[in-house]
Design a protein around this ligand. Structure first.
Ligand code: CP3
Length: 356
């Protein structure tokens, strides 16, 4: 589009929100906070609207996507909405036979293991996901000054599902391809970089004002292997969306040793799980980038005063960044059994304790 080509986007109603100001490293009245997986299984109102509707069907119904995305914003007063969808939705859009099994995760009917399999993974075209464009449009209109974060799965994490055929602990088939068939692997992550870039562009063009790339399982890799086999594809994704000028977040779990490289891929903000304190993460990521995180999600199961002490420690460590440039989050997603009220209280606490 002309806007993307000129590097300019119209400034949406959320442009001056606390979340987007912090993401741009501008002064903020308090630290913004949102949660990964804030929409979904921990909320009774979610379980109610999802009753009898398969996960991936719900992602293709703009009315439902809008309602589910808004539920945690209404309830918790978080500083940003995360678009309700899933990392495998664009794979389904290009014809991959995938479903999400409750309590398991994405399951792929015919895993990709050979060059012939790879040919089934066609590019994602801008008009392949009209339901996403419609849902984002409805949401942005309703959210007003609250920003909407778009997202996608990173090439490695998507590849792990496609090659294993489902969730994995050791990624043996994925790594067998990465180590043993490097050209096939490069072709796979290159195709995934295209699909992921196109999915993010669809969300940004429809009005999402920040994006997060989820490389949730990249922590399975040693830094050298990440640099060689994953970094080029993820860099392509960040480069593809750079012209829009929206903040780009890069997140993974168990990625303490990869934080510097994940920043190098082109992120403006690097997500940190709870294993590395934010002041140390700042050293690893280097100057000029923001950090997001990093309270251990399991802390939410402890009494309120403990949650608040631990949250204060995160805010304190973030001061290594000079105040702004920190987005408060959990180190990974909200768990289904969490008490939603504990999350609501945590949002209020972060706002209060970080007020300046
Ligand atoms: O609030 C939000 O973050 C909502 C949007 C969202 C979902 N999935 C909804 C969802 C996002 C950003 C994701 C990303 C996603 N999906 C990731 C990366 C994030 C992370 O946690 O690291 C991954 C690895 C997936 C793949 C996936 N989809 C898994 C592992 C599961 C859980 C399966 C289970 O039941 O244990 C899903 C399903 C899923 N995606 C649910 C939701 C709300 C649960 C669906 C349900 O209600 O049954």
């Amino acid at each position: 589009t002309p806007a993307a080509q000129s590097g300019q986007r119209p400034r949406g109603a959320a442009y001056d929100s606390v979340f987007l100001r912090a993401a741009r490293n501008e002064p903020v009245p308090h630290t913004p906070v949102w949660f990964m997986r804030q929409a979904g299984r921990s909320l009774p109102e979610y379980l109610k609207v999802r009753e009898g509707i398969p996960m991936l069907d719900s992602c293709m119904r703009p009315d439902l996507v809008k309602e589910i995305t808004l539920q945690p914003v209404r309830r918790h007063k978080v500083d940003a909405a995360i678009f309700f969808s899933d990392i495998v939705v664009p794979l389904k859009a290009v014809g991959i036979d995938v479903e999400i099994k409750a309590g398991v995760g994405p399951v792929i009917a015919d895993p990709i293991r050979t060059e012939a399999d790879l040919q089934r993974l066609r590019p994602l075209e801008p008009d392949d996901m009209p339901y996403i464009t419609e849902a984002v449009g409805l949401l942005v209109a309703e959210l007003g000054a609250t920003p909407l974060i778009g997202f996608a799965g990173a090439p490695f994490t998507l590849a792990s599902y496609l090659v294993e055929g489902g969730p994995s602990k050791s990624y043996e088939n994925t790594k067998a391809m990465m180590y043993g068939a490097p050209e096939l692997w490069a072709g796979l992550v290159d195709r995934l970089a295209q699909i992921t870039s196109a999915f993010l562009k669809i969300q940004i063009e429809a009005g999402a004002s920040a994006v997060q790339l989820f490389d949730s399982w990249a922590g399975a890799l040693a830094p050298d292997e990440y640099r060689r086999s994953v970094l080029p594809a993820s860099t392509k994704v960040f480069d593809a969306v750079a012209p829009y000028g929206v903040p780009r977040i890069h997140f993974g779990v168990n990625t303490g040793e990869l934080l510097g490289l994940m920043g190098q891929a082109g992120a403006d903000i690097v997500g940190v799980d709870w294993r590395v304190p934010l002041d140390e993460a700042a050293n690893r990521v280097g100057p000029g980038k923001g950090l997001q995180g990093n309270l251990d999600p399991a802390v939410l199961y402890a009494p309120t005063h403990v949650v608040e002490t631990k949250a204060r420690e995160v805010l304190h460590a973030a001061q290594a960044l000079g105040g702004s440039h920190h987005i408060f989050n959990l180190g990974h997603g909200v768990m289904p059994s969490m008490d939603p009220d504990a999350l609501t209280r945590l949002v209020a606490f972060v706002h209060e304790a970080s007020a300046r």
